[in-house]
Design a protein around this ligand. Structure first.
Ligand code: HEC
Length: 217
C-alpha cells in the first residue's frame, strides 16, 4: 500500500458525495419544488387535470364494489324476451299455474317463494337446506351459476351467462303470479330517500394520554 492510499480513498468518497449533491441540485433545477405547506389542489407536486377527474378531490367518496341495481336492471328488462329465453329451462320446468312438476319443480310464483318449498317435489338436500326465499338477488346468482350458488344441486344446468338475459328471465318469472312481487326501487332513489352518512375522514381516535384506569400494578 503506497503512502497515498488513504488520500485516494478519501478522494473517491468526497467525489461521490459531490456527485450526489450535484445531481440533487440538477433535479431541483429541472422540477421546481414547493414546500409541503405550499401545496394545495392548484399547486400540486405534479400537474393534475382536476376537471378531467371530476373536480374537487374532497367530493370523492369511498370506492365500493358496484352493487347490482335490480331496480334499474329489472325496469329495463323485457318480459317477452324472458318468455323466449326460458325455452332453455322448459325441458325441465313447467311454468303455468297448477302444472305438474317435471325434472325440476313447477316455477309458477317462484319470485319470493321459499327456496325448495314446492309441494310434492323431491328436492335435493342442498336446495332444501338453503335459507330464505327466491328474491331477485338469489335468482340472479343462482341462474348465473346454479352449481356455484348451490353446490351439489340436482339442477344440471350450466347457467345463463348474459346478465341482460337473466334479467329478462327474472322479469318473466316475476310475471308468473297472480300478485307479482314489487320491483325494487333503483339504488339512486334509495340513496336519496336515506342519504348514506359519510363522515368526514375521522382521525384515528388515539387519546394522547391513556386515561389511567383503576388497576394498581
Ligand atoms: C336439466 C334440467 C334443468 C334445467 C335445464 C333447468 N333446471 Fe331449474 N331445476 C332443475 C332441478 C332438478 C331443480 C331442483 C334442484 C334441486 O333440488 O337441487 C331445479 C330448481 C330450480 C329452481 C329452484 C326452485 C325452488 O322451488 O326452489 C329454480 C328457480 C330454477 N330451477 C330455475 C330454472 C331456470 C330459470 C332455468 C332456465 C334458465 C332452469 N331452472 C333450467 C332442473 C333444471
Amino acid at each position: 500500500m503506497g503512502d497515498l492510499f488513504w488520500n485516494k480513498v478519501a478522494g473517491v468518497l468526497i467525489a461521490g458525495i459531490l456527485i450526489v449533491l450535484v445531481i440533487k441540485e440538477l433535479g431541483h433545477l429541472v422540477v421546481p419544488t414547493h414546500a409541503a405547506h405550499e401545496l394545495d389542489e392548484h399547486n400540486t407536486a405534479y400537474p393534475v387535470d382536476w376537471a378531467a377527474i371530476g373536480g374537487d378531490a374532497a367530493d370523492a367518496g369511498p370506492v365500493e364494489a358496484p352493487a347490482v341495481d335490480y331496480g334499474v336492471l329489472l325496469a329495463a328488462a323485457d318480459v317477452s324476451r324472458g318468455e323466449s329465453a326460458i325455452r332453455q329451462c322448459s325441458s325441465c320446468h313447467t311454468f303455468a299455474d297448477g302444472d305438474a312438476h317435471s325434472t325440476g319443480p313447477n316455477l309458477w310464483g317462484i319470485v319470493d317463494r321459499d327456496i325448495g318449498s314446492a309441494d310434492n317435489y323431491a328436492y335435493s338436500a342442498v336446495l332444501t337446506d338453503l335459507e330464505g326465499g327466491w328474491d331477485y338477488a338469489a335468482l340472479n346468482e343462482f341462474l348465473a351459476a346454479p352449481r356455484a350458488y348451490a353446490p351439489g344441486t340436482a339442477m344440471s344446468f350450466a347457467g345463463v351467462r348474459s346478465e341482460s338475459t337473466r334479467m329478462n328471465i327474472i322479469a318473466y318469472l316475476r310475471s308468473l303470479s297472480a300478485n307479482p312481487a314489487p320491483l325494487p326501487a333503483p339504488l339512486a332513489e334509495m340513496a336519496e330517500a336515506a342519504p348514506a352518512e359519510m363522515p368526514e375522514a375521522a382521525p384515528a381516535e388515539m387519546p394522547e394520554e391513556a386515561p389511567a384506569e383503576g388497576g394498581d400494578n
